[in-house]
Design a protein around this ligand. Structure first.
Ligand code: HXC
Length: 267
């Protein structure tokens, strides 16, 4: 599977791990309309590669040592006709929804500023690791705006209502240790150790039975939308489906035989 050539993104695949790098150094990787359109295409291509089995996981990061993504492009927004705001929000929201809906694991490697749309980008990943220099915030209130790419909905789900509202209402920028404390990221590492750690975790995930990984993701995401009784019923139904899979037979047999499981990697 080959990917399109992009102007503001880089994408590469090694050992079934795709790495997507937002690449607009001159604007700290801020997301303008062309970049969002490119992201949409790239995510569709990652989804196709995942369906074909050539990609098993996605890492999202930013180019350089200063920024993950510094938000939506403010200069572009300031020149946008006032009746185009909803359309722009839909563009980013649809792209971020497509990232969230990927069935494969998605990890954000936050290598610097993750502000506004940049923080919202990590929120649609399954989890994030951060470099010690990373900074996080939803500074839209400083611009007379609100989040438009999912922050008001995903941030409370991620860090709880109180922490989310403090970020959303004050526009405060927090450091990596504070982001770790409130559960916005899972680990904080020196910048040079960030990508190796993310790749190592992704490699661990890809060594597991893929159906177990993707169905766990599907069920956990559904938990936000379903009454718990329905979610629990879905979990039982999918457990039944997984239980009948060759990898479940192999995993349980290998345990009993005291040997490592060799998964078929059936998706
Ligand atoms: C456009 C941006 C940008 C942004 C930085 N740049 N962030 N351009 N949009 N979001 C540009 C700067 O204008 C500058 O360009 C260059 O990147 C380097 O940035 P500096 O400000 O010189 O760097 P520094 O002093 O280190 O400050 C870094 C920073 C600051 C703290 C990250 O740039 C900043 O506050 N950026 C804005 C962050 C933000 O408010 N994001 C939320 C956006 S709203 P020049 O040409 O001068 O060198 C949003 C809403 C999403 O995301 C929903 C929409 C529907």
């Amino acid at each position: 599977m080959s990917f399109s050539a992009f102007e503001n993104l880089q994408i590469s695949v090694t050992d079934r791990i795709a790495t997507l790098t937002v690449s607009r150094l001159k604007a700290l990787n801020a997301l303008n309309e062309p970049t969002l359109h490119e992201l949409h295409t790239a995510i569709a291509e990652v989804a196709a590669a995942a369906a074909a089995g050539t990609v098993g996981g996605l890492i999202i990061t930013g180019e350089g040592e200063k920024a993950f993504v510094a938000g939506a492009d403010i200069a572009m927004m300031s020149g946008l006709a006032s009746d185009r705001g909803e359309e722009f929000a839909h563009l980013g929201s649809d792209v971020f929804g497509a990232i969230e809906n990927l069935t494969i694991p998605v990890i954000a490697a936050v290598n610097g500023f993750a502000l506004g749309g940049g923080c919202e980008l990590l929120l649609c990943c399954d989890f994030a690791y951060a470099a010690t220099n990373a900074k996080f915030g939803q500074p839209e209130v400083n611009l007379g705006l609100i989040c438009g790419f999912g922050g008001t909905q995903r941030l409370p789900r991620k860090v709880g209502y109180g922490h989310a509202m403090e970020l959303l209402m004050t526009g405060t920028v927090i450091g990596a240790e504070e982001a770790l404390r409130i559960g916005l990221v899972n680990r904080v590492l020196p910048l040079e150790d960030l990508m190796p750690a993310v790749v190592k975790t992704m490699t661990t995930i890809l060594s597991k039975a893929p159906l177990s990984v993707t169905r766990s993701k599907q069920l956990a995401q559904r938990s936000f939308d379903l009454p718990i009784a329905e979610g629990l019923a879905e979990e039982c139904a999918i457990f039944g489906e997984i239980f009948a899979s060759p990898d479940a037979k192999e995993g349980t047999t290998a345990f009993v035989e005291k040997r490592p499981a060799i998964f078929s990697h059936q998706r």
